[in-house]
Design a protein around this ligand. Structure first.
Ligand SMILES: Cc1cc2nc3c(=O)[nH]c(=O)nc-3n(C[C@H](O)[C@H](O)[C@H](O)COP(=O)(O)O)c2cc1C
Length: 92
């Protein structure tokens, strides 16, 4: 299986990263493909609400790193959302 870990901590080598890396290690040891996407290194905008994607097969008009992330999400069998809890919720 293809495992994608979306890492949402702004601390590059914090506690969440340790857990993400351990998850990837375990998945690989079990024979799966696994990778971490580091959100802090990506640039993407909020949804503009322009609705262009309603009529073009779901493609966002914004030229940012989201296209690459969406491709990875589509190719994943397992998606892991890895975030620390900041102020009683996951990170923005
Ligand atoms: C700004 C901030 C807010 C936090 N808010 C919470 C919280 O609401 N509840 C909680 O249990 N821990 C909270 N914590 C603790 C973090 O979730 C915890 O230290 C976590 O392991 C940090 O992960 P990181 O090393 O990947 O940043 C907070 C930490 C910070 C820095």
């Amino acid at each position: 299986m293809n495992v994608l870990v979306i890492h949402g901590s702004m601390r590059k080598n914090g506690n969440t990263k340790i857990l993400s890396k351990e998850f990837v290690r375990g998945a690989k040891e079990a024979g799966h493909k696994a990778e971490i996407v580091e959100l802090r290194d990506k640039k993407f905008g909020d949804c503009l609400g322009c609705r262009a994607c309603f009529n073009n097969g779901g493609k966002c008009v914004q030229k940012d790193d989201m296209a690459e992330i969406l491709d990875k999400l589509r190719g994943a069998d397992v998606i892991v959302l890895s975030s620390p809890m900041y102020y009683f919720t996951w990170t923005g």
